[in-house]
Design a protein around this ligand. Sequence first.
Ligand SMILES: [Zn+2]
Length: 225
Amino acid sequence: MTLTAQARGTIAELKESVARLHSELTRNELVVWTSGNVSARVPGEDLMVIKPSGVSYDDLTPDTMVVTDLHGKLVHGELAPSSDTAAHAYVYRHLPEVGGVVHTHSTYATAWAARGEPIPCVLTMIADEFGGEIPVGPFALIGDDSIGRGIVETLRATRSPAVLMRNHGPFTVGATARDAVKAAVMVEDVARTVHIAHQLGTPVPLSGSDVDRLHARYQNVYGQR
Ligand SMILES: [Zn+2]
């Protein structure tokens, strides 16, 4: 495949940022061993940058990142792409607004996935970031498009950038890989807090209108402009 100089430059920048974002997964204790992965879409190309399969987090550098097409076929790189590449690729093919995808087995979010239970919208930060409950996606085996299809179908029915794939764990999306990493950190944080709240009683749900107002404000007004 021949790429323009501009595309090559974009890929070099994305390899660096995707490699660096993997250190957020370890820093926030979202992953053990080599599980978990971050990818980024290459804007303007049918390509993505993703973690190689089975490489220790300490050994991840920009040069070890791999580039695949949006069917998961290796385009550039020395190493085999992550075993979750097909799921990431399916998301990019079907959700054009998504520029980054993250998958982890972070403990508390995965505990909700193990029960097949959505995380209810009982905190302002859940309304802010997720716009409602964090949904559960179907059980799906690795090997074909089942995981990707389950992620896309579940996310299309919600405002949430996170889905808890049943008996598996969270997948998160964002406009950029950094946004998807943020959602992965936030889903684990709220999964833990709501789990703890459950220990002593029943968390109080937010009203739908409050959820809508919080979500709109956070998505449009919050932060530096
Ligand atoms: Zn997994």
